[in-house]
Design a protein around this ligand. Structure first.
Ligand code: HPA
Length: 274
């Protein structure tokens, strides 16, 4: 059987054959947050199905494609559509694209997602800058034999989210008048939303935001030595004592508003990377 490192190289080579630039940044666009892809000066748009060893798309993630080009002067490779664990993909499949971004040369990973806000101070469509996370997915992409060429056996998680990038995102959001918070993000598998008792529990263990993605990708990015910047959009308020059933169209409408904010914020952050 072909090893992971060889599969990563094969995937990276197939992308390089269509886009010969070394990206500085990898970007993962979350549910409803794909608008930013349109701002990329696109040099190559590659459907996931045309990249060797990428997971086969399920119906839910049919929009998946890699958008390669330039955003705010930075060479960037962006995932329009991500793979979710709840869709049935393994942790290795969910995180394979991050490995490929790193192999292409990306040193920074920017992740975005739509998530539930459990902090009373948060409002719908606020931007939450991920300061730290809790992995409650009950699985880990780094489980199994470690390939030391990809990263260490026991990667440090003292600070997986880069402090300088976080501060840059904060000062930029402040300047642009975008409501934002620093948050602890907890990842669950989904696909169901949480019960009121679960929201109480998740808040109690120290989380401000809850979502069904991002942590696997961040674990792999940290393993690979990438600098990570994470954004969540507050798409629903998860306050156990006044919880209402969520409606997907409402979540998507709020995600669109938050996505518009990220579409202003992220390019400005990129411009200021130095
Ligand atoms: N819980 C988990 N994932 C989510 C939520 C939530 O409330 N909202 C958006 N994604």
């Amino acid at each position: 059987m072909q090893g992971l490192a060889a599969k990563i190289q094969e995937a990276a080579n197939s992308i390089r054959a269509r886009w010969a630039v070394t990206p500085r940044v990898g970007l993962i666009l979350g549910t409803g947050l794909g608008g930013l892809a349109a701002q990329i000066q696109q040099a190559a748009v590659i459907p996931y199905g045309e990249i060797p060893h990428m997971p086969e798309s399920t119906v839910e993630s049919h929009t998946g494609q890699l958008v390669c080009g330039t955003l705010a002067g930075q060479p960037i490779v962006a995932m329009e559509g991500r793979f979710h664990y709840y869709e049935g993909y393994s942790m290795q499949e969910v995180t394979f694209p991050v490995r490929v971004m790193k192999a292409l040369g990306a040193e920074i990973l920017i992740v975005t997602n739509a998530a539930g806000g459990m902090n009373h101070q948060y409002q719908l469509a606020d931007v939450s800058i991920i300061e730290d996370h809790i992995n409650l997915m009950g699985d880990n992409p780094l489980r199994g034999r470690n390939d030391d060429t990809l990263g260490p056996r026991f990667p440090d998680m003292c600070r997986p989210y880069d402090l300088k990038l976080m501060e840059l995102a904060e000062s930029t959001a402040l300047e642009l008048g975008i409501p934002h918070h620093r948050s602890v993000f907890v990842a669950v598998t989904g696909p169901n939303l949480e019960t009121r008792a679960e929201y109480r529990f998740l808040k109690g263990i120290g989380a401000d935001m809850v979502g069904m993605s991002t942590v696997p990708e961040v674990l792999v990015a940290a393993h690979a030595g990438m600098r990570v910047l994470g954004f969540s959009i507050v798409t629903d308020l998860c306050l156990p004592d006044c919880l209402e059933p969520v409606e997907l169209p409402k979540i998507l409408a709020v995600a669109a508003k938050g996505g518009e904010r990220l579409s202003r914020l992220i390019p400005k952050v990129l411009e200021r990377l130095g």
